[in-house]
Design a protein around this ligand. Structure first.
Ligand code: UTP
Length: 460
C-alpha cells in the first residue's frame, strides 16, 4: 500500500493510468525523494501523453499538400539591390528606435556534441576559444553600440541547464551586457514514455523528462513574463536564433527592414540547399497559402530530388532556424485561446533507472518545433541569405556541422571582411579571429590596421 499525506489523489491517478511500476523502488526512497516523485507525477498530463503514445504507436500517415515557398532572393539586379538598400535603411531606423530584442534558444541537450554542460559554454573561438555565449553576447553589445540603443538578450534555458547557464553568465559578468538586459528563463519539460507507453524512472524517485523542444520557446517566453517585459519596453520584433550557430547575424537591419515593410508576423532566413539529402528542413507553401517548413525526413524522396528546368532543386530553400517574430503575433498564439504547437515524436535511447540500476532503453521523446508557428499566420516571408555569411552550426563532435567546420567558416568570414576592407593579410596568417566587439560585419573594419605576420591572429 502506497500512501503519503496530502498526495492520495496523485497516487490513485498514477495507479489508474497503469503506472504502478513508478513505485517499485518506493521503499528505498527517503521522505523528500518520495515527495519529489509525487510532485513529478502530479505535474503529468496523462491525457496528453496517452494521445501522444497512440500517435507514436500508429503514426498519422496523412500528408499535407504543399508547393515550394516563395522567397526574397539575394540581390541580383538593380531593382533588388535598391529593395535591399531600402530595407536596410528601414531596419536601421527600427533598431535605432529600440524596437528589437535578441532571443537565443539554449535549452537543448547537445547530445550529439557530447559536451558536458550547457552548449552555450562550448568553446568555439578559433584563436581565443571564446564560448558560443560570449560570441553572441559580444555581438549584441556591438549592435547596441552601433545603433545607440540597448538590445535585450532573452536566453531560454531548460530546467536541466538553467542553474549552470545563469551561474556561467553571472561569473563572466554577462560579457559586459547590463544585468537588466539579459533575461533568462527556463522552458518546460515533458515526460518521455517507454515503448509500452509507460512513464520512465530517471532515478529511484524521479520521472525521466526532456525539454519540450525549441517550439516550447514561444510559450515559455510568455509564461516567464519575458514577453510582457520586452513589450513594456516598446519592442515589437524578436530575433530568434539557436545557440549553436556562431555565424548568426543576430540583429540584421536588412532582415528587420523587410519584416517591417512587409508587415510580417514571422520572417525566416533561408539558404540554397547544398544537395538533396542535406539534413535541413525546406520552406513550403501549404494549400491555403501559409508558409511553413517540412522536415528533411518528411520530404518524400522524389520531391527531395526533384529539379526545375535549370537543374536547381525544386525545394531549394532550406531553413536555418533564424526567424523574426512580431511581439503581437507571439501574444496571440500564447494567450491561452487554444492555439498550441503540435508535438513531434522521436524514438530514442533513454537512460532509465530500474530495479537493477541504470539501463538504456528504447522510448519516445516528445518535442515541439518552432517552425510549426510559421503557418499560424499568412503574414510570413522568407529571405535568402548566403550560407557562408550566416550559418555554421556546431552539432556533431566531428565531420559535418562540427567545431572544425564552424571554425573554418568563422575564419573564412573574418578573412573576407579584412580583404574587403583593404587590410593586408600577412603570408603566415592561417587562423584569423576578429572580436565581435570590433566588428559584426565587414563595414565595421575601419582605420589603418596592420596585422602581425603570425599564424594565429586575433583582432581585438
Ligand atoms: P538541436 O535540435 O540541435 O538539439 O537544437 P540540441 O539539443 O542542441 O542537440 P542534440 O540534438 O541533443 O545533439 C537546436 C537548437 O534548439 C535549442 C538548442 O539549444 C539549439 O540551440 N533547443 C532544442 C532548445 O532550446 N530546447 C529544446 O528542447 C531543444
Amino acid at each position: 500500500m502506497i500512501t503519503y499525506p496530502g498526495y492520495d489523489d496523485v497516487i490513485q491517478r498514477a495507479l489508474r493510468h497503469g503506472q504502478r511500476h513508478l513505485f517499485t523502488l518506493w521503499n528505498d526512497c527517503d521522505d523528500s525523494e518520495k515527495k519529489r516523485l509525487l510532485d513529478d507525477i502530479a505535474a503529468v498530463d496523462f491525457d496528453l501523453l496517452s494521445r501522444l503514445y497512440r500517435q507514436a504507436a500508429a503514426p498519422d500517415a496523412a500528408m499535407s499538400m504543399y508547393e515550394p515557398a516563395p522567397y526574397i532572393a539575394l540581390p541580383h539586379d538593380a531593382a533588388s539591390h535598391a529593395a535591399f538598400s531600402e530595407a536596410r535603411d528601414k531596419g536601421v531606423d527600427h533598431i535605432k528606435k529600440g524596437k528589437a530584442a535578441a532571443f537565443v534558444v539554449a535549452g537543448g541537450q547537445g547530445s550529439r556534441l557530447g559536451f558536458d554542460g550547457p552548449k552555450g559554454i562550448f568553446p568555439v573561438g578559433p584563436v581565443t576559444g571564446k564560448s558560443l555565449f560570449q560570441i553572441h553576447a559580444e555581438k549584441i553589445l556591438k549592435y547596441a553600440e552601433k545603433y545607440g540603443v540597448s538590445i535585450p538578450w532573452l536566453v531560454m534555458t531548460s530546467q536541466a541547464n538553467h542553474e549552470a547557464t545563469a551561474e556561467y553568465l553571472k561569473s563572466r559578468g554577462r560579457f559586459g551586457l547590463d544585468e537588466k538586459d539579459v533575461i533568462l528563463f527556463a522552458q518546460n519539460m515533458i515526460p518521455s514514455l517507454d515503448t509500452a507507453g509507460k512513464l520512465i524512472l530517471e532515478s529511484k524517485c524521479s520521472i525521466f523528462k526532456n525539454p519540450d523542444g525549441h517550439g516550447g520557446s514561444l510559450t515559455a517566453l510568455a509564461s516567464s513574463g519575458a514577453l510582457a517585459e520586452v513589450d513594456r519596453r516598446g519592442i515589437d520584433v524578436i530575433s530568434y536564433f539557436q545557440v549553436d550557430n556562431p555565424l548568426v547575424n543576430i540583429i540584421d537591419p536588412v532582415f528587420i527592414g523587410f519584416h517591417v515593410t512587409r508587415n510580417a508576423n514571422v520572417s525566416s532566413k533561408g539558404l540554397m540547399k547544398a544537395y538533396p539529402e542535406e539534413k535541413i528542413g525546406v520552406f513550403v507553401k501549404f494549400e491555403g497559402g501559409a508558409i511553413g517548413v517540412v522536415e528533411y525526413s518528411d520530404l518524400p524522396v522524389e520531391l527531395q530530388n526533384s529539379t526545375d528546368a535549370t537543374g536547381r532543386l525544386t525545394y531549394c530553400m532550406g531553413s536555418i532556424a533564424i526567424h523574426l517574430f512580431s511581439v503581437p503575433f507571439i501574444k496571440t498564439i500564447t494567450d491561452g485561446s487554444g492555439v498550441s504547437l503540435p508535438f513531434h515524436i522521436a524514438r530514442k535511447k533513454i537512460a532509465a533507472y530500474g530495479p537493477d540500476g541504470a539501463a538504456e532503453i528504447d522510448g519516445f521523446k516528445f518535442e515541439k518545433f518552432v517552425f510549426d508557428a510559421l503557418p499560424l499566420t499568412d503574414r510570413n516571408i522568407v529571405l535568402e541569405i548566403r550560407r557562408e555569411d550566416e550559418f555554421a552550426p556546431v552539432k556533431n563532435k566531428t565531420g559535418v556541422d562540427s567545431l572544425e567546420t564552424a571554425q573554418e567558416l568563422m575564419v573564412n568570414q573574418h578573412r573576407q571582411w579584412l580583404e574587403k576592407s583593404g587590410v593586408q593579410i600577412p603570408p603566415s596568417a592561417k587562423i584569423i579571429e576578429i572580436s565581435p566587439l570590433r566588428a559584426v560585419d565587414a563595414g565595421d573594419i575601419t582605420g589603418g590596421i596592420t596585422l602581425p605576420d603570425e599564424e594565429r591572429i586575433y583582432l581585438e
